[in-house]
Write a protein that binds this ligand. Structure first.
Ligand code: CDV
Length: 327
């Protein structure tokens, strides 16, 4: 019998700055209801799914940004998502801004801020948590920018690595599931760390503006979607896994997010794609046996990887200049 799970990317249209969490949660519960009607067993929501993409807004006093963060999960406002999971027997993935009171590297317990995602079982248990590692943008107000991208101001770099968990989901006894968030999808290192844990299904949410303010004439607008899909398709192919990539889409606080959520198979093919900039459910039946071909042949890591040649990947951060050729 094939190991098949029916998954959905639950794309969200824009959430405006003034909109309370309850409105977004209501929309997500409606998407879960629709997912249930279509036989979906696992729903993937976007990055920072409960509010507007607030890192575009500057708060001089960083503490003022705490209003965008969750201090408990579930909370009164997010409890309906957990209730819907139990009602419909559906697992879900949710991105949100997290405040945690935890010790840092020096051992001091303090208030910490992360861009987080969780995987929740149909029983409402949190199976896995991930905190975004690759934070794009800047930490200080950038006057030259039309729109700010202040992830480096509001979040710390995630401290959980790229974890994978094997857990029951849908009708299956165990699926190897992992997560990344938005900008992480552009980094092959993130995919490979998941691949090295035999991940079968990668879930990720994103908020990506249609316009790259730093393009400087070298990146046509249509390449924004291409680069997103290219990264996800390559990551899924090179690590022989499925990927569900869910966008926030449309014009949010006057800024356009490009949507184009996709589900990708281990061959790197797009098997479903969103076509609107609104709340939209796309689904796919994922036969996890498809992961076997890649991981036992061209990407059989145990046979073909050469970590002794990859030292620079972990020893070095920035690029160095090569030696100069001399005759
Ligand atoms: N939320 C993100 O991480 N967005 C980035 C943008 C800023 C490029 C992304 O990689 O999509």
């Amino acid at each position: 019998m094939s190991r098949t799970i029916t998954v959905a990317a639950a794309q969200l249209g824009p959430i405006q700055k003034a909109e309370p969490r309850g409105i977004a949660v209501d929309r997500m519960v409606r998407l879960m209801e629709r997912a249930h009607k279509r036989g979906v067993e696992l729903v993937v929501f976007p990055e920072l799914a409960l509010t507007t993409f607030f890192p575009r807004h500057y708060h001089e006093d960083i503490a003022e940004a705490d209003r965008w963060f969750e201090t408990a999960m579930p909370s009164n406002e997010t409890a309906p998502l957990f209730a819907a999971a139990r009602k419909y027997g559906i697992g879900f993935h949710l991105g949100y801004a997290e405040i945690a009171h935890e010790s840092d590297d020096t051992g001091i317990v303090r208030k910490r801020h992360f861009n987080t995602s969780i995987l929740v079982s149909p029983a409402g248990d949190i199976l896995l948590k991930y905190r975004k590692v690759h934070l794009p943008g800047h930490a200080e107000f950038a006057p030259e920018r039309v729109v700010q991208h202040l992830e480096k101001r509001y979040f710390e770099v995630g401290n959980l690595g790229f974890p994978v968990i094997r857990a029951p989901m849908g009708g299956l006894d165990g699926i190897n599931m992992g997560m990344m968030i938005c900008n992480d999808r552009r980094w092959p290192e993130a995919w490979r760390v998941l691949g090295l844990q035999s991940v079968e299904l990668v879930m990720l949410g994103y908020n990506t503006p249609s316009i790259n303010q730093e393009a400087g004439g070298f990146e046509a607008h249509h390449l924004r979607v291409f680069h997103s899909h290219l990264s996800i398709q390559a990551g899924a192919y090179q690590n022989a896994c499925f990927a569900v990539a869910t966008a926030k889409a449309g014009t949010e606080d006057g800024c356009e997010l490009f949507g184009h959520s996709i589900i990708v198979n281990p061959q790197g093919e797009i098997v479903a794609m969103a076509t609107s900039w609104d709340d939209e459910l796309i689904t796919a039946d994922c036969n996890l046996d498809m992961c076997t071909l890649g991981r036992t042949t061209i990407f059989a890591f145990d046979k073909h990887r050469r970590p002794e040649a990859y030292g620079r990947i972990t020893d070095q951060v920035g690029a160095v200049e090569p030696p100069l050729w001399r005759k």
